[in-house]
Ligand binder design. Structure first.
Ligand code: NAP
Length: 324
């Protein structure tokens, strides 16, 4: 039985990855900064709350990280913990940059010193590329990060490459584009739109207030993207991969689809300049051909179909709450 450590297990991807690894008969150790009932909700939703071993660890503290690696001697480490919001990173630039870089360095150092045959996955982000001169984005596209979050992820990315090249660690970056699910945190665009629309579809006083929706993004489905994370750690040699749908969708069109599915009139949508970001990317989509051919990863979801899955899951959850 293999042992995997997942940091950020209480988040969206952590929960789906834990579910996948449990199905593959792994022993799953989940790292959390603070073990409390409410942040176990995503694991509970998938019915796996009691199947993973939760351990508290401050990933900024090197000795705590060493202790975790030494105790569990993992075969694989999936590093998903991060301050993951671009918007929040403009309000908390120092905290975001410190955490998202130092936690990665602590993990890689601990592996280098204690168990250098552990396979390491780093949750990198398409946000690192920011303004790009040509599309689709590939791993050869030059990086031009546009937010403190993107800067932190770019630095972590190069740290992983450096530990692979300098010390021969099996360490790789999964460069993931936006991916969504029912378990996405409320503050993210798609979850916010679907969640609020379902909850308030019959509320005459409700309006949906959004920022710039005339931008396009490459959106995918989280339960499928975690399969690529696992595949990346099962290869003969470590390599970085783009994980994306390969298509971009206009945010305005996504809202339009959700409103139509729920019979919500278009006037309920208000675009507010106050919610615009200081810098934003107009259009971005990636090239997933390498992940498909080298990893054998398969992704053929249209994001409008994913939206329908999310709407249906949200309606069910809402009905449950209303029934008490
Ligand atoms: P998420 O739902 O926001 O989960 C983030 C996880 O990190 C949570 O377990 C959270 O713990 C933990 N965390 C956040 N800030 C922390 C801090 N300062 N100290 C310790 N732990 C902290 O994120 P996700 O969507 O699952 O994404 C997983 C990873 O992929 C992240 O690194 C994210 O940046 C990256 N990524 C995500 C996307 C996407 O579209 N979802 C795209 C590209 C890359 P708590 O429960 O305690 O808050």
């Amino acid at each position: 039985m293999k042992t995997a450590i997942i940091t950020g297990i209480t988040g969206q991807d952590g929960a789906y990855l834990a579910e996948l690894l449990l199905k593959k008969n792994y022993k799953v150790i989940g790292i959390t900064r603070n073990n409390h009932v409410s942040n176990l909700e995503k694991l509970a939703y998938l019915g796996i709350g009691d199947k993973v071993k939760m351990v508290e660890c401050d990933m900024m503290d090197m000795s705590s990280v060493i202790n975790i690696i030494n105790t569990f001697r993992p075969d694989e480490v999936y590093n998903l913990a991060a301050q993951s919001s671009v918007g929040l990173s403009f309000n908390q630039p120092i905290g975001t940059i410190q955490y998202n870089i130092i936690s990665v360095l602590n993990l890689l150092e601990a592996l280098r010193l204690i168990k250098n045959d552990t396979r390491f996955y780093q949750a990198s982000s398409s946000e690192m590329y920011g303004t790009v001169k040509s599309l689709p984005v590939t791993t050869d596209t030059p990086m031009h990060p546009l937010s403190p979050y993107a800067i932190s992820k770019a630095s972590a990315y190069w740290t992983v490459v450096n530990y692979r090249e300098s010390y021969g660690l099996y360490a790789c970056n999964g460069v993931l584009f936006n991916h969504e699910s029912f378990l996405r945190s409320e503050s993210f665009f798609v979850k916010k739109v679907v969640g609020e629309a379902v909850k308030n579809r019959n509320n005459p006083d409700w309006i949906l207030k959004v920022g710039n929706i005339d931008v396009k993004r490459d959106f995918g489905y989280s339960p499928k993207y975690v399969e690529a994370m696992w595949l990346m750690l099962q290869q003969d040699h470590p390599k970085d991969f783009m994980i994306c749908s390969g298509k971009s969708y206009l945010l305005r069109d996504l809202i339009d689809h959700v409103f139509k599915q729920l019979n919500i009139p278009a006037e309920k949508l208000i675009v507010s300049q106050e919610l615009y970001r200081p810098t934003d990317i107009l259009d971005i989509y990636g090239d997933n051909s390498s992940a498909m051919s080298a990893l054998g990863w398969n992704y053929d979801y249209n994001f409008y179909d994913v939206l329908d899955i999310l709407i249906s899951e949200e309606l069910k959850a809402n009905e449950k709450i209303n029934k008490g």
